[in-house]
Design a protein around this ligand. Structure first.
Ligand code: SAM
Length: 198
């Protein structure tokens, strides 16, 4: 589901970019195995900063960065710094129906995207399908109680199919052969996590 105006404002701005570059990127990098992920996929790339972080900080030679919103893909292409041309490809694609073949990627990244899905389980299944064995899944997501907060509900728009709690999410990863190998959980609010496909 595309972002509403409020979420476009909080997603497409220099503060969000700086948080991705200087806080989330380095933190998730340390939480993983810290090897290189030569071919990486990002779902829901938004303004495209995450893809540059993946290329810069995660040893990716090539990043396929996708989004369901053509306006976000245009923004991401406009924001692409010249040094990453040729290494990052932005394309319109629904994370619930990825077109890439099975076991393609060394890592898949989702920075705050699954809670925008009409059916987040479909996206997890697709992520597991396109990950190589031993490949890593880096993600950050808010949980259902945060999305149900009155202020969040007033300002943002999310489909009910994108809501989950910690136990539901962990069970779905397990069902798709992804182990949670490192987790930073902020109570019932949000999670930063690295999963590894068995
Ligand atoms: C909250 S934004 C996060 C953007 C970026 N990852 C970031 O951290 O700044 C969620 C993004 O997911 C995209 N999105 C929503 N549903 C999607 C889907 N089914 N497939 C791919 N992208 C989707 C939205 O268009 C939006 O750009």
């Amino acid at each position: 589901m595309k972002l509403n105006l409020f979420e476009q404002l909080i997603t497409n701005n220099p503060v969000r970019a700086s948080i991705q570059r200087h806080i989330e990127g380095p933190m998730l990098r340390k939480m993983g195995s810290q090897r290189a992920y030569p071919l990486s996929l990002e779902i829901g790339c938004g303004s495209g900063i995450g893809a540059q972080v993946i290329a810069e900080q995660f040893g990716a030679q090539k990043v396929i960065a996708t989004d369901i919103d053509p306006a976000q893909i245009d923004r991401a292409r406009n924001n692409l710094m010249p040094e990453f041309r040729g290494r990052i490809e932005f394309k319109l694609e629904d994370a619930m129906a990825l077109v890439e073949p099975d076991e393609t990627f060394d890592a898949v990244f989702s920075f705050g995207v699954l809670h925008h899905m009409e059916d987040w389980r479909k996206a997890v299944k697709e992520i597991a399908r396109v990950l190589k064995r031993g490949g890593e899944f880096f993600f950050e997501e808010p949980f259902r109680p945060f999305l149900k907060n009155i202020l969040v509900r007033t300002l943002t728009a999310h489909p009910e199919g994108g809501e989950f709690d910690y136990e539901e999410f962990k069970a779905e990863l397990t069902k798709n052969n992804i182990d949670m190998v490192n987790t930073k959980r902020i109570k019932d609010i949000a999670i930063f996590c690295v999963g590894r496909k068995q």
